[in-house]
Design a protein around this ligand. Sequence first.
Ligand code: UDP
Length: 407
Amino acid sequence: MPEIKEYVDIVGQSVIDELYIFARHLQGKTIQNINSTPVGGGVAEILTRMVPLLRQLEIDARWDVIKGNERFFSITKSMHNALHGAAENISADDLEYFTQVNRENAAEINFVGDIVFVHDPQPIILIERKQELGKKWIWRCHIDFTEPDPNVMSFLKNYIEQYDAAVFSAPSFSRKLAIPQVLISPSIDPLSDKNRELTDHEIETVLNRFNLDRSRPIVTQISRFDYLKDPVGVIQVFKLIKRYADCQLVLAGGGATDDPEGAKVLEEVNAAAADDPDIHVIFLPPSSDIEINALQRASAVVMQKSLKEGFGLTVAEALWKGRPVIASAVGGIPLQITHKYSGILTYSIEGTAYYLKQLLNDPEYAEKLGANGREHIRNNFLITRHIRDYLMLFISLYHDEDMIYLG
Ligand code: UDP
């Protein structure tokens, strides 16, 4: 883990000084994060970096993960899809089981935090312990809440409103709630293995391992194999442009322990890619940070053709590397990309294909988009800004009467 002073070169001394000033107000407080997976997906990615950095600021930050079995995670995945607007069949029995597993976790977890910071719907019912334990409770929603299924939403709302505050990633996700809502976007860590500078040799080694040819442009999407990331849509785009541009497509990603759908999606992707040796489907184990970093850096264009997206850390990661990104205009992605300035926003397979062809044929324009994107990420979506927002939120919980609204 880098030392916090190493971030000065990237964000400036005043940003780091400010973190220490805020952190002083939280000395002696324990911040207990709770989510549903230690690896895979954006939440785990952020906590892995955030928790040690908070500790360097002398805040007692901790991280617990709830336990669940296959049935529990299949229910939570359906809830996740339903909150993203998909039609899902979630029975009263499923909700009962979801509640029961939460209660088992609630009985087992040692709630040491002065602030209990619960991430996403999976552990949301832990809030039932609030009445007995007191403490400050925050619910942090990382998902795209623009059109949530009304039934799942009304079930969750009962619990959300017991928290002291709710945090959303984008303004469009906020809902009518009886508690304060705060906008805090996620972030990437520029000094992690996923995002740090790599040598040419490191990049070359990864490309060779995956049999990629550096002399032809590489188009990449890095994502868990999930329908909402639309990997088959990316293959359709690639097939449309291939006769106009000689290039290779990389679809790389793994799974998450709280996502049971991955294997099925991967099978469909493999079937769609089978007839083209220029489509490389790469299954990545956890801790493939250098591989992801190298693939992003080696790409002529990075895609993120999500159908729904909480924020899309992969977009920030690619932009930070100065890569031109073409991404769907969904969820938190438009916060990161201003169309035709810091990347390209698209709405369809055909539109995505049109811009992919354009960027592959005009590398100078593509580079300019990437350079603008990098500055936008530096100013808005690095982990130092994220820590600052969280510290302000934590402090504000102890000043209910003048709650600070961020964003
Ligand atoms: N990621 C990873 N391995 C994979 C796929 C994704 O480490 O196989 C990382 C990716 O680089 C990013 C995060 O997981 O940091 C995904 O976050 P994002 O917000 O893009 O999507 P989510 O998976 O949370 O829906």
